[in-house]
Each structure stands twice: as structure tokens, then as C-alpha cells.
Design a protein around this ligand. Structure first.
Ligand code: NAD
Ligand code: TYD
Length: 340
């Protein structure tokens, strides 16, 4: 039995990864470590809480003593670190907590892995560490060799963590891997991010706030394809390596918002152009050649199907997001969009 610590498992991608792993591998036991910030939600994990191969522990990855105690008790074989402050807009308002969790939190996990020994530490990173690509050069893509060139406090904190993880490989021989994925979408995506925000606002007949002209491009991947890629990296990836994950699915923000309007039968008149994000990255696009050639990974869900499944999930799970948007989220929304 492999004991896997999954940090940030009460968030969007971490929870989907836990469901995926429990279903795919009967030989793994999952310990979810999550601080339960505004983005972490225990109701997301409710249907696995009593699973015999699952344990939840509320813990901050920056809490060195707590993390060491957990490692000493559980002796994990694998650690997969999803725990992060993940929203670019919040990082522009308040960078400090991003450095705290994303960078210093990662350093605590690194030290714990070194102290107690580990079979594999996997860092879930992002394509945002590469900065952005111009809109008029569709021939350019991010490869693993693209230099780090961050734009936001979020991406800077993630890039710092990546460098630290690589340094523990080189200096201490820690068996690490890193994956850098493009934008994910799917169930349990927190309502402050583009796709869930637009679905929920459209359902409530509220304005759909598109930054700038809506021409920025993101490379969207269905969350389950990301989870499968991480699983493959854990099983077959080479230690010390970085793997980019993305499925050549570039879309302009405005086109996504229009698809959501059309699917929900809502008027495009809801679309409201608002002030652009500071330092807004223009285009992200992943070259996934390495993960395809080395591990045989390819995305399985086409965007046309994934977006329909996602919209249906938000229609079927209104209680999940209603609870979120009726709480502290309202203050956040007013602050971010009130005078935009
Ligand atoms: P999320 O914001 O939905 O979830 C983050 C989770 O981490 C939450 O459950 C939160 O409670 C927890 N957390 C935050 N600070 C913590 C701390 N100090 N200690 C323990 N837990 C803490 O984020 P997500 O979208 O699921 O992203 C997960 C990871 O994937 C992040 O590292 C992010 O950088 C990376 N990533 C995300 C995307 C994307 O499109 N969402 C794309 C590429 C990479
Ligand atoms: P987001 O989901 O925050 O992901 P990221 O910034 O990490 O790519 O945003 C995706 C794109 O959508 C990005 O170009 C910003 C844009 N956006 C809007 O136009 N309006 C919004 O209300 C939000 C949240 C994002």
C-alpha cells in the first residue's frame, strides 16, 4: 500500500485528484492535508470522508511542527503538493500570503521530505511561470526549456517554489518531479475563476465581467486529464524532470463566455467589459511533446464535451456553489468588481 500525502486536497484540482486516485488505484491510501482557506471546502470531500483508504487532516503546510509530526506518524511514500493560493487577482491585491504558502510552505514540505525520506515529491506547478506569449505569434509555445519570466505575484511565488524544489534535487538528491499545467476547468472549480464565475453569474442573470477586450488566450484542460497526467508522472516520470501538461486547446476569454451564454440560453447582453487586470498575461500555450513522447499522455476530453459536462455539473450542484457565494465571497466580489 502506497501512502500518499495530497496537500490542498479540499480545493479544485486536489479534490479531483483524490477522487481519481482512490478510484484508479486500490493500492493507495490518501492523506489529505488542507488548511481550509476560503478556497478549501470540506463539503467537496464529503463523499470520501468515510472511505477506508482516506484520511483528512486540517493543517497549514507552513506549520513545520505539525508537518513533521504528520510525516513521522504516517511515513508517506509520496507527497503531491497542490496547496497554494491560486488566484492571480488576489495576488495583485495581497502578495504576501502567496509567498507564505506557495514558496515557504513548499520549503517546509521539502525539509520534511528530506528529514523523513520520501519515494517521490511532486510539485504541482503552473504554465504561468513562463510568463506570456504574444497574441500575434501562434507559432510559439511554452516548452520545458522556456525561461522563467513571471508576471504576477502568484506566478512569481510558484516559480520560486519550483526553483527551490529543483535545488533539493541537485543538492540533496531528493527524488522530485514538477508538472506545469495550463488552465484547468471542471467540477468543484471555485467561483472566483473565469469559467465558474461566468456560469454562476449567467444563471443569476448578473453581468458577465470580461477584463479588457476579452482577447486574452488561455489553453484549457479538463481537470481529469490533468489528474491522469500527474498520476503518470508519479508512476513513469523521470526523477528531477519537469513536465508541461496541456492539450492544445487555446481559446479567447470572450469566446468562452459566449459559449456559456449560448449553452444556458442567456443573452450576450449580459457581457460587460470591465477594466483590465494589472499586468494581464496575453496568451498561454503549452507544447506537450515531452509528456506525450516520454509517458504517452494525451488529453481525453475535448473542450466541446468538457465545457458541457462542467456547465451541467454547476446546474446539478447548486447547493455547493450557493453556499460559497452567499458567504464571505460577497465581500470579495464587491471589492473586486464593485467599481471596476
Ligand atoms: P484552489 O485555490 O482551488 O485550492 C487550493 C487549496 O489549497 C485549497 O483547498 C486551500 O484550502 C489549500 N491551501 C491554501 N493554503 C494552504 C496552506 N497554507 N496549507 C494547506 N492548504 C492550503 O487551487 P487549484 O485551482 O485547485 O490549484 C491547485 C494547484 O494547482 C495550485 O498549486 C495551483 O498553482 C496549480 N495549478 C492550478 C491551475 C488551475 O487552472 N486552477 C493550473 C495549473 C496549476
Ligand atoms: P482566471 O480564471 O483567473 O485564470 P488565470 O488568470 O490564472 O489564467 O482567468 C482566466 C482569464 O479570464 C484571464 O485572462 C482573466 C480573465 N477573467 C475575466 O475576463 N473576467 C473575470 O472575472 C475573471 C475572474 C477572469
Amino acid at each position: 500500500m502506497n501512502t500518499i500525502i495530497v496537500t490542498g486536497g479540499a480545493g479544485f484540482i486536489g479534490s479531483n485528484f483524490i477522487f481519481y486516485m482512490l478510484e484508479q488505484h486500490e493500492d493507495c491510501r490518501i492523506i489529505c492535508v488542507d488548511k481550509l482557506t476560503y478556497a478549501g471546502n470540506l463539503s467537496t470531500l464529503s463523499h470520501v470522508m468515510n472511505h477506508p483508504r482516506f484520511r483528512f487532516i486540517k493543517l497549514d503546510i507552513c506549520d513545520r511542527k505539525g508537518i513533521y509530526e504528520l510525516f513521522s506518524e504516517e511515513k508517506p511514500d509520496i507527497v503531491v503538493n497542490f496547496a497554494a493560493e491560486s488566484h492571480v487577482d488576489r495576488s495583485i491585491e495581497n502578495p504576501e500570503v502567496f509567498l507564505q504558502t506557495n514558496t515557504l510552505g513548499t520549503s517546509v514540505l521539502m525539509d520534511a521530505c528530506y528529514k523523513y525520506g520520501i519515494g517521490r515529491y511532486h510539485q504541482v506547478s503552473t504554465d504561468e511561470v513562463y510568463g506570456d506569449l504574444p497574441l500575434d505569434r501562434p507559432d510559439l509555445f511554452f516548452t520545458e526549456e522556456t525561461p522563467i519570466h513571471t508576471s504576477s505575484p502568484y506566478s512569481a511565488s510558484k516559480a520560486s517554489a519550483d526553483l527551490l524544489v529543483l535545488s533539493y534535487f541537485r543538492t540533496y538528491g531528493l527524488p522530485i518531479t514538477i508538472s506545469r499545467c495550463s488552465n484547468n476547468y471542471g467540477p468543484y472549480h471555485f467561483p472566483e475563476k473565469l469559467i465558474p464565475l461566468m456560469i454562476i453569474n449567467a444563471l443569476n442573470d448578473k453581468p458577465l465581467p470580461v477584463y479588457g477586450k476579452g482577447l486574452n488566450v488561455r489553453d484549457w484542460l479538463y481537470v481529469e486529464d490533468h489528474c491522469r497526467a500527474i498520476d503518470m508522472v508519479l508512476r513513469k516520470g523521470r526523477v528531477g524532470e519537469i513536465y508541461n501538461i496541456g492539450g492544445h486547446n487555446e481559446m479567447k476569454n470572450i469566446d468562452i463566455v459566449k459559449i456559456i451564454c449560448k449553452t444556458l440560453g442567456k443573452s450576450e447582453e449580459l457581457i460587460t467589459y470591465v477594466a483590465d487586470r494589472k499586468g494581464h498575461d496575453l496568451r498561454y500555450a503549452i507544447d506537450p511533446t515531452k509528456i506525450y513522447n516520454e509517458l504517452g499522455w494525451l488529453p481525453e476530453t475535448k473542450f466541446e464535451n468538457g465545457i458541457q459536462k462542467t456547465i451541467q455539473w454547476y446546474l446539478d450542484n447548486q447547493e455547493w456553489w450557493q453556499t460559497i457565494i452567499s458567504g464571505e465571497y460577497q465581500n470579495y466580489y464587491e471589492k473586486m468588481y464593485g467599481n471596476r
